[in-house]
Design a protein around this ligand. Sequence first.
Ligand SMILES: CC(C)(COP(=O)(O)OP(=O)(O)OC[C@H]1O[C@@H](n2cnc3c(N)ncnc32)[C@H](O)[C@@H]1OP(=O)(O)O)[C@@H](O)C(=O)NCCC(=O)NCCS
Length: 155
Amino acid sequence: MRRKISVPGKIEPATPDDLDRILDIEGESSPNPWRKSFFEDEITGRLSNIFIFKGSIKEHISGFITFRKIDDIIEISNIAVSIIDRRKGIAGDLLSFMKTFAVKEGVSEIFLEVRSQNTGAVKLYEKFGFRFSGIRKGYYTNPKDDARMFILDIN
Ligand SMILES: CC(C)(COP(=O)(O)OP(=O)(O)OC[C@H]1O[C@@H](n2cnc3c(N)ncnc32)[C@H](O)[C@@H]1OP(=O)(O)O)[C@@H](O)C(=O)NCCC(=O)NCCS
């Protein structure tokens, strides 16, 4: 996936110092934002991973991805980009980073669930090569929504 606008930056593991900024991005991105303790668990958990995209200018955090690796499968549990930095290819970069991580770790499959009404995220995953694998009816509450499930096979 190629960026339309270049955003120079780097992707690195999040630390506790990054949590306030991550919570700001989460707050503007989700109808049911994760609590701070959820992100703390992602930083400390044995199976979990949380990476941030830091722009080169002032090292400002623009987005993050969280995922869990269990055996040879990865589940993406969250991904968000701050509103002012969207449609600049940052989520695509975070997914590419995670895919490289998956290849290195011998992962065979990456999967995720997304709200069916979240058309932007659905388009992102489709563009990245994820294939639709099914629907979970009424999976989400507040607001009620179905989950669309996607899988990316790693060769
Ligand atoms: C979904 C989200 C992470 C995308 O982040 P982003 O950095 O803007 O995505 P990218 O710029 O990498 O987009 C890559 C491609 O995905 C698709 N896409 C991304 N957002 C889109 C939108 N709002 N509408 C339509 N297509 C979209 C496009 O094909 C885009 O390529 P293009 O800009 O060349 O058309 C961001 O909108 C976000 O944080 N949303 C709120 C949180 C969320 O929904 N997370 C997903 C939970 S499963």
